[in-house]
Ligand binder design. Structure first.
Ligand SMILES: C[S@@+](CC[C@H](N)C(=O)[O-])C[C@H]1O[C@@H](n2cnc3c(N)ncnc32)[C@H](O)[C@@H]1O
Length: 355
């Protein structure tokens, strides 16, 4: 009799046989980004809050098309961003503990602004990645003015605030980790350079009551930082100073910090900034750079490497850097005892001491 059941072993791919699954996962990754981005944009997680709703209720509240509702919600379930119960009367959806905490606008831990930035970047700026790869030129240029995208953004107060909030969403976890891990007791003063909405300063100020803190940024952002410092009742503890780190001296302090600053500059400005940071640190003090510092072998920190490509498409010659590079620039500037310490996820801090 003819054999009709194939021998499974004969057709089971060998362990070593190449499998396209990972390629396809990355290739379709943008779908997940868009689904999450749409859910944040439509404020689905805020609508759900701490409760649950039926698909039909969500459809009505968010004005979804009936063709789209179940695919949208169930994709979010499958991605791990919603939970679903089914009691026979139709499915009910609720937030996961993570989306309830971080994607509900009514929760102070909200980081949806960061999702908005990624969601928009993918299409607006990253669509020119191939061009940047071949020319080294940034894509974030508005044709009519020739100004980089983010400079345009700073002319529009609403966009500026949204961008700054988004940036804060990206950084807050790093700032909490920094506040928890760093030993502040030997310092009396701190300056955070390019501190945006003063999130790092406000988080540290609440824990370290002995520190006198200065946060600096460009004028438009400094005004927003002042509002937030006042709202937190921290105006006696944090001074928000409008200061351009390229042209003004950096306010001196025992501890100088710069989060997501070095990575947005080219090599020449990085070196100049390291000298300015050195001048700003009081003798016996410390400089801390917070960035997605790339592993020295440039293999493991995918986020750091992709962030560096992000700097390529935004600025052209700006780039993220390895721990070794940080050590060499810091030592060139005169710092001693330079180390890199892991902070949170793909983020590390470069720590450099001044004798
Ligand atoms: C990538 S954001 C980082 C913000 C914040 N430190 C964080 O980690 O979330 C860069 C910040 O640098 C500020 N910035 C850019 N150029 C600057 C300059 N020349 N002087 C001072 N701040 C500047 C921007 O306004 C922005 O707030």
């Amino acid at each position: 009799m003819a054999e009709t059941t194939p021998d499974q072993g004969e057709h089971t791919p060998e362990e070593s046989e190449p499998n396209p699954e990972h390629i396809m996962q990355v290739a379709t990754g943008v779908w997940g980004t868009k689904v999450l981005g749409a859910a944040v944009d439509l404020e689905l997680f805020t609508l759900l809050g701490g409760g649950e709703l039926r698909a039909t209720e969500i459809e009505r509240e968010l004005d979804l098309h009936p063709r789209a509702t179940r695919d949208f919600l169930d994709t979010l379930v499958s991605l791990g961003f919603l939970e679903r119960d089914d009691d026979g009367d139709g499915p009910r959806y609720r937030n996961t503990p993570e989306t309830a905490a971080f994607l509900n606008k009514d929760d102070p831990r909200y980081i949806g602004g960061a999702i908005d930035i990624f969601n928009q970047q993918i299409y607006d700026v990253w669509s020119g990645l191939e061009d940047s790869l071949q020319t080294g030129e940034p894509q974030g240029v508005i044709d009519e003015t020739g100004d980089p995208l983010w400079e345009e953004m700073y002319d529009d107060p609403i966009e500026l605030e949204a961008f700054a909030e988004g940036m804060a969403g990206l950084s807050k976890g790093n700032f909490v980790a920094f506040a928890e891990q760093f030993e502040f007791s030997e310092y009396d003063s701190m300056t955070d350079v390019g501190g945006a909405l003063a999130d790092l300063s406000r988080i540290v100020a609440r824990r370290e009551s002995h520190l006198s803190i200065t946060t600096t940024d460009l004028p438009e952002v400094t005004e927003l930082a002042r509002e937030r410092i006042r709202a937190d009742g921290l105006e006696d503890r944090i001074d928000a100073v409008s200061s351009d780190y390229n042209t003004d001296p950096i306010p001196d302090a025992d501890l100088v910090t710069a989060s997501l600053i070095l990575h947005q500059e080219n090599l020449e400005t990085k070196r100049t900034l390291m000298e300015k940071f050195y001048d700003a640190v009081n003798p016996g003090g410390t400089f801390v750079a917070i960035d997605h510092i790339i592993d020295d072998e440039r293999k493991a920190n995918t986020m750091g490497l992709m962030m560096s490509l992000n700097m390529l498409v935004y600025y052209g010659d700006a780039f993220d850097y390895t721990g070794q590079q940080f050590v060499s620039w810091a030592e060139e500037a005169g710092f001693e005892d330079v180390q890199v310490q892991h902070l949170n996820g793909p983020t590390s801090m470069g720590i450099a001491h001044k004798r």
